[in-house]
Design a protein. Structure first.
Ligand SMILES: Nc1ncnc2c1ncn2[C@@H]1O[C@H](COP(=O)(O)OP(=O)(O)OP(=O)(O)O)[C@@H](O)[C@H]1O
Ligand SMILES: [Mg+2]
Length: 243
C-alpha cells in the first residue's frame, strides 16, 4: 500500500496543471503535489497515476514517491479562489500526493540531455501504459539533480475508459512520433528486451494492490487492470515500433 499522510496546509494551486493540482504540506513535514479526487478528471486519473507510477518505479524509472493524502477541506478555508474552494470541498478524504521536487526544471531537450538508455526506457514504458501526455506540448518530464523524472500519469491506461478486450488492448498502437523523447527510439529494442520480461503477473498484482480500494469503481476489478497490462506486455508487442 501507499503511505498515508494528513494534509496540514494548502500552499498554492499549480496553475499550469489542467486538473488544478495543489501544493500541500502534510503532517510528515513533506510537501506534495496533490491531485484531488474531486477535480474534473475524476478517480480514474488517480488510479492511473498510482498504477503507472508504481509500475514505472518498479522498472527503474525515476518517479517521485506517491502517497495517499488525507484531506480535511477546512485547510483551504483562506484560499480566495472559488474554483479551488470547489475542488477542495469535493475532495474530503483520500487524494493522491506526489513528492514535490523543489527547483526541478521542466525538460526541454536542449540544456541537458538524458542518457539514451534512460530515455528509451521511458519511451517503452509510456508505450506499455499508453501515456498520451508526454508530447513536446506537455512533456511531464522534470530534470532534478541531473536525473530525468517522470510525472503526471493520469492520462495513461486508456483501456480503463472503454474496457475493450485484453487482446484489443494488447494491439493498441502507440504514437512515438509526437513523444518528447522521440529522438531516442533507436534504443527501444534494447529497452524492450530488458523490460518486457520484468512485467510479470506477479509484479502487476503487486503494483495494482497499491490502489486504494475505494478508488476503483464498482463495475471494475483490480484484476482487470492486471489482465490488460499483462496482455500488452506479452509477445509479440505490436506496439513496440523499432526503427
Ligand atoms: N513532483 C513534482 N515536483 C515538482 N513540480 C511538479 C511535480 N509534479 C508536478 N509539478 C509541476 O506542476 C505542474 C502540473 O502537474 P501535473 O502535470 O502533474 O498536473 P496536471 O493537472 O495533470 O497537468 P496537465 O494535465 O496540464 O499536464 C507540472 O507541469 C510541474 O510543473
Ligand atoms: Mg502535466
Amino acid at each position: 500500500m501507499l503511505r498515508t499522510v494528513e494534509a496540514t496546509r494548502y500552499v498554492t494551486p499549480l496553475r499550469e496543471g489542467g486538473s488544478l493540482p495543489g501544493l500541500v504540506e502534510a503532517d510528515d513535514l513533506g510537501t506534495y503535489v496533490v491531485k484531488f479526487r474531486g477535480a474534473g478528471q475524476g478517480l480514474k486519473a488517480l488510479v492511473a497515476e498510482v498504477i503507472a507510477g508504481e509500475l514505472g518505479r518498479r522498472l527503474g524509472i525515476a518517479i517521485p514517491e506517491l502517497v495517499v493524502v488525507h484531506l480535511d477541506p477546512q485547510i483551504g478555508r483562506h484560499e480566495p479562489d472559488p474554483e479551488v474552494q470547489d475542488v477542495l470541498h469535493a475532495s474530503a478524504g483520500t487524494n493522491l500526493g506526489m513528492d514535490f521536487l523543489p527547483r526541478a526544471l521542466g525538460y526541454e531537450g536542449v540544456s541537458w540531455k538524458p542518457a539514451p538508455e534512460t530515455a528509451a526506457r521511458i519511451l517503452w514504458f509510456d508505450g506499455l501504459v499508453t501515456n498520451v501526455d508526454r508530447s513536446w506540448r506537455n512533456p511531464n518530464l522534470l530534470v532534478w539533480h541531473r536525473e530525468l523524472y517522470c510525472i503526471d500519469h493520469g492520462a495513461t491506461l486508456l483501456f480503463q475508459h472503454t474496457w475493450p478486450t485484453p487482446e484489443q488492448s494488447a494491439n493498441r498502437p502507440y504514437d512515438y512520433v509526437n513523444h518528447a523523447l522521440t529522438a531516442f527510439t533507436d534504443g527501444l529494442a534494447a529497452a524492450d528486451a530488458d523490460l518486457a520480461p520484468q512485467v510479470t503477473d506477479e509484479l502487476l498484482h503487486d503494483v495494482v494492490a497499491h490502489v486504494p480500494d475505494e478508488w476503483i469503481d464498482e463495475a471494475t476489478t483490480k484484476q482487470a487492470y492486471v489482465d490488460h497490462l499483462a496482455a500488452r506486455a506479452k509477445s509479440p508487442r505490436s506496439w513496440v515500433k523499432t526503427p
